[in-house]
Design a protein around this ligand. Structure first.
Ligand SMILES: Nc1nc2c(ncn2[C@@H]2O[C@H](COP(=O)(O)OP(=O)(O)OP(=O)(O)O)[C@@H](O)[C@H]2O)c(=O)[nH]1
Length: 499
């Protein structure tokens, strides 16, 4: 923390920087904010750390909103939950958009295991280069932080290190930006070795970009409550020892992770090549986080993938083999959920996972029809598609959660996205139509054939069932007379029996 702040005063903005009661203020008190204090707590009543973690986990599984009403101050400390105040700057768009953005930030914060005490956004032409919100407003936020007993503020954007540092200096609590929050959620959710390496790579990239801003040292233990225990949002992942790592060591680590990831991606690429060789078409299920991708994969393939009402429950792709009504084999995979402004470090780190989407024959783009802003989600997902080169792949919009959606919104979506199907992974509504559309979109085998196959070539009939299209089949004294379409390599083998 030795560097001088590198901001320049922006007087014009600072001068127009008044609270606007209409357009800024606190989010809905019932839904996102509470003023709970935890002073009157009897420490004797608390349970062991293990029990508590379990109780907490149960609540998390039961619903995305963390119901922490009966958790005490002491328990809070045991769980290392942050009590956060969210702060956003709203530069353009409607009030509704600003509120959606804050509501999403609240969900992200809760997914990371925080309790959201207050949400505040400020209307400004652009974020303040020194303090993100207007400098005058930092005092207002400080009052809210002090009154609510918050220990962290989360800023709804990617901030410069100097902005975070200035805010921490003035607010005397930890300041975390949206990017660090998302990276933190990914760190909590990564289960496979590859997923963990991908997230670690993204976190190191994020830190590396911030090395200079943090004074050449990654430690953010700046006194006060900031980083007091090294845990919490922005503190998980690469780990305590690496927090003191210098740039060279970070670079070494990044290079090592890249090599490891390349090897892991190689294995996956081999599997993909194998599928291509066997002409197995692939369908990728992609979409905004929590849209219902895993549920849909379950419905469509009876796969039994973990379904959780949480953002980013899926980080590791799950691939299932399935068949069309007429028996053709294809694969369907679930991928990491997207979110508005997905940190580019993550897109970069998850590139090989996301390549599965770009490399598929069809994308089922799942949209949560019950979300207040499904169009915004579609646009955010398509931005990522473009970034990973998946925008050339045929896309079928699957509007999910029809059971919980407003019919007017569904009608509007269908009008805007004619190539779409409305389903409910929960009730099964529309699933058959979705499957029919998927099957009709799968690439068709290219070569027509007609052959008389001797009975000992049952293997060719099997392969035809799995990868070809059979128009007619008749058992004769000489063998099976069969006609249809097959992929090139199989058609080559069938040519020996052509009639
Ligand atoms: N009402 C309703 N809820 C659904 C439907 N489909 C999924 N859900 C719920 O939405 C939540 C998220 O579902 P998932 O299938 O985990 O969503 P996802 O897109 O895979 O989520 P991430 O992997 O976290 O990005 C769960 O609580 C599901 O029960 C549906 O058709 N109707």
């Amino acid at each position: 923390m030795t560097n001088a702040p590198d901001f320049s005063l922006d007087d014009e903005l600072a001068a127009t920087d008044e609270w606007d009661e209409e357009s800024s203020g606190y989010a809905d008190a019932d839904d996102r904010a509470s003023h709970r204090r935890y002073d009157d707590v009897d420490p004797e009543e608390t349970t062991g750390e293990q029990d508590l973690a379990e109780r907490y986990a149960l609540r998390r599984v039961a619903g995305l909103r963390t119901e922490l009403e009966d958790i005490t101050e002491v328990e809070y400390r045991q769980l290392r939950l942050e009590r956060v105040v969210l702060v956003g700057v709203w530069t353009d768009g409607s009030v509704e958009e600003a509120e959606n953005s804050m509501a999403e930030l609240a969900l992200l914060a809760e997914t990371a295991g925080s309790e959201v005490l207050e949400a505040i956004y400020q209307r400004r032409q652009k974020p303040d280069p020194a303090t993100y919100v207007g400098r005058g407003k930092v005092d207002g936020i400080k009052e809210i932080v002090d009154a609510s007993g918050a220990d962290t503020v989360i800023l709804d954007g990617e901030l410069a290190p100097s902005q975070l540092r200035n805010l921490e200096d003035r607010l005397k609590v930890k300041a975390v930006d949206r990017t660090a929050l998302i990276l933190d959620i990914f760190a909590q959710h990564a289960k496979s070795k590859e997923g963990q390496a991908q997230v670690e790579l993204a976190q190191l990239q994020y830190m590396k970009q911030r090395l200079r801003g943090w004074g050449g040292n990654l430690s953010r233990q700046a006194g006060g409550r900031v980083g007091a225990d090294g845990g919490g949002i922005g503190g998980r992942g690469p780990g305590e020892t690496k927090i003191e790592t210098d740039r060279r060591r970070i670079n070494d680590k990044i290079a090592k992770l890249r090599r490891e990831l390349k090897a892991m991606a190689g294995t996956r690429e081999t599997k993909r090549a194998e599928r291509r060789r066997h002409q197995v078409p692939s369908v990728a299920i992609a979409g905004y986080t929590n849209a219902g991708k895993s549920s849909l994969l379950n419905r469509l393939t009876d796969a039994g993938v973990l379904v959780e009402d949480a953002l980013f429950a899926t980080l590791d792709p799950t691939t299932r083999r399935t068949t069309t009504v007429d028996g053709r084999v294809y694969t369907m995979s679930d991928t990491v959920g997207f979110v508005r402004h997905l940190p580019h470090q993550l897109v970069e780190a998850f590139r090989s996972t996301l390549e599965e989407v770009a490399d598929s024959d069809l994308i089922l783009h799942v949209v949560d029809g019950s979300h207040p802003d499904p169009e915004g989600q579609i646009a955010a997902v398509r931005e990522v598609f473009a970034e990973i080169g998946a925008d050339k792949v045929p896309e079928l919009i699957v509007v999910n959660k029809a059971d919980a959606a407003d019919p007017m919104v569904l009608a509007r979506l269908r009008q805007r996205e004619p190539h779409s199907v409305v389903v409910s992974a929960k009730t099964g509504e529309g699933i058959e139509e979705a499957l029919r559309l998927v099957e009709s979109e799968l690439p068709r085998p290219g070569v027509e054939f007609s052959a008389l196959l001797p009975y000992e070539r049952g293997d060719l009939i099997d392969r035809l069932h799995r990868t070809g299209e059979i128009d007619s089949m008749e058992h004769t004294a000489e063998g099976t007379l069969v006609a249809g379409r097959a992929h090139e390599d199989l058609a080559g083998e069938l040519a020996a029996y052509a009639v």
